[in-house]
Design a protein around this ligand. Structure first.
Ligand code: IMO
Ligand code: MG
Length: 433
């Protein structure tokens, strides 16, 4: 079953873009299944830097078809801007990029709401990317959203917009003290984009099922990460979609029985951007050191990321809720200069030591990390081409992760470029899952 799902195993920014780009070399389809322009997937090819927000990271391989699945929320402005940017750099999108007719649209009203809610008194500040993600999914669940296919039916769009604005304008006017919006003005802007967007619409669910039947290789590209998942993440400090592996079925139309392998991407340490509890967060001095070493600044918002030791309690939980078959450990090289490292193996909450991942933010906020000190390898890893070429101490670090999580290390990344990767699990080369 050559369908491979790649998920973030932490709080996002694990290096999914690089891993997807690398594995996409052998894939015929790369599919985004959830999230929207909140994602910032960075790929470095031949010294050139690409940051993808909505377009799947397979686009940088000429032979790959790329799909934006039904589970994604699509911001037309952001999408069209991204395409224009790629085209300018010589990367073709016509005939290689397809969007599900069922994908919901993120409209300016959603972005305005996202920003207003983040700034409002009496609301929990989530530290969202302000890309309108949560309000779009709210409208999807509230059944007042617009989907790509709806753009062909202006009358229906106007009706949906009017229904949606009935509620929204009460909020804009009375709660957020801002100007109300009109369906007519909104539709004018949307219909202008429709002409450019609709040519990308295709029966992606049909395409993927046909591809599966024909034995084609399909790579599902997760956005965000397990701890930002709407169900399994550190609620309410989460995003609004299922970023975990199950989302790659509901967000694409390929049934869960079709998924052959789930790969969890995980940094050799931890980062988090935005608000919310983070048990293994470093003290400000060491946080700064690791942030600078790792270049830990958000690719979507430019915000400084918070950094911490690798949290194995959280990673083992991610292994469970995703059913991980393998781990891709990224940015191992960032730890090359450390003489000593720590990993979190339990939490102390009050007088109790717990080894499971707490369900509530209140508990997690109280959790004091119980760490184990491990030797640093204090030697370069970037030149290693095989697992055996890694320093012995670095291998011991990876083995420790494997043992604790009961998931094998399937891939190790020791630099941003494609060739700075060690593929350990031969299944990721043969696609025989
Ligand atoms: P990639 O795919 C890291 C975080 C935001 C905020 C929370 C909710 O690049 O790993 P949202 O805008 O989704 O409503 O914000 O989720 N967040 C991310 N953090 N990487 C991402 O994507 C993220 N997408 C959202 O910072 O804390
Ligand atoms: Mg990101």
């Amino acid at each position: 079953m050559p369908v491979l799902t790649v998920v973030g195993a932490q709080w996002g920014d694990e290096g999914k873009g690089k891993i997807v780009d690398l594995l996409a070399e052998q894939a015929q389809y790369v599919v985004r299944y959830q999230g929207g322009a909140n994602a910032g997937h960075e790929v470095v090819v031949g010294g050139e830097n690409y940051v993808l927000h909505l377009v799947p990271s397979g686009i940088l391989h000429a032979g790959t078809l790329n799909i934006v699945g039904n589970g994604v929320v699509l911001d037309p402005d952001s999408f069209l801007g991204e395409i224009a940017g790629l085209n300018k750099r010589g990367i073709k999108t016509k005939g290689r990029l397809f969007i599900s007719p069922r994908a919901h649209l993120t409209l300016p009203l959603h972005k305005a709401l996202d920003a207003a809610r983040e700034g409002a008194d009496g609301q929990t500040k989530i530290g969202s990317t302000k890309r309108g993600i949560s309000p779009t999914y709210m409208d999807k669940a509230g059944r007042v959203g617009l989907r790509l296919a709806d753009l062909k039916d202006p009358r229906y769009c106007m009706e949906q917009l009017k229904t949606s604005l009935q509620e929204k304008n009460v909020l804009f006017r009375h709660l957020y003290k801002s100007k109300p919006l009109t369906a007519g003005v909104l539709w004018k802007a949307i219909s202008a984009d429709a002409k450019a967007l609709l040519p990308y619409m295709a029966d992606t669910e049909g395409m993927l099922n046909a591809a599966y039947k024909a034995g084609k290789r399909v790579l599902m590209e997760g956005a965000q990460g397990t701890l930002l998942d709407i169900d399994f993440g550190t609620y309410p400090y989460v995003t609004a979609s299922n970023s975990t592996a199950g989302g790659s079925a509901t967000g694409t139309g390929l049934g869960p029985t079709r998924i052959g392998y789930v790969l969890g991407v995980c940094k050799a340490y931890t980062t988090r951007v935005g608000e919310g509890p983070f048990p293994s967060e470093l003290d400000p001095k060491r946080d700064k050191v690791l942030r600078e070493l790792g270049g830990e600044y958000g690719r979507t918002t430019g915000r400084a990321r918070r950094t911490g030791w690798l949290d194995l309690v959280a990673l083992r939980y991610a292994a469970q809720v995703n059913g991980l078959d393998g781990l891709a450990i990224t940015k191992l090289d960032i730890l090359d200069t450390f003489k000593e490292l720590e990993v979190v193996v339990a939490y102390k909450i009050g007088s109790k030591v717990v080894t499971g991942f707490p369900a509530t933010t209140a508990e997690l906020a109280k959790a004091k990390p119980v760490t184990v000190k491990l030797k640093g390898w204090n030697a370069p890893t970037t030149g290693a081409k095989t697992f055996a070429q890694l320093p012995k101490v670095a291998r011991a670090y990876l083995n420790y992760i494997e043992k604790f999580t009961d998931v094998k290390v399937a891939l190790v990344s020791v630099g941003a470029e494609r060739n700075k990767t060690i593929v350990v699990d031969s299944k990721l080369k043969s696609w025989k899952f």
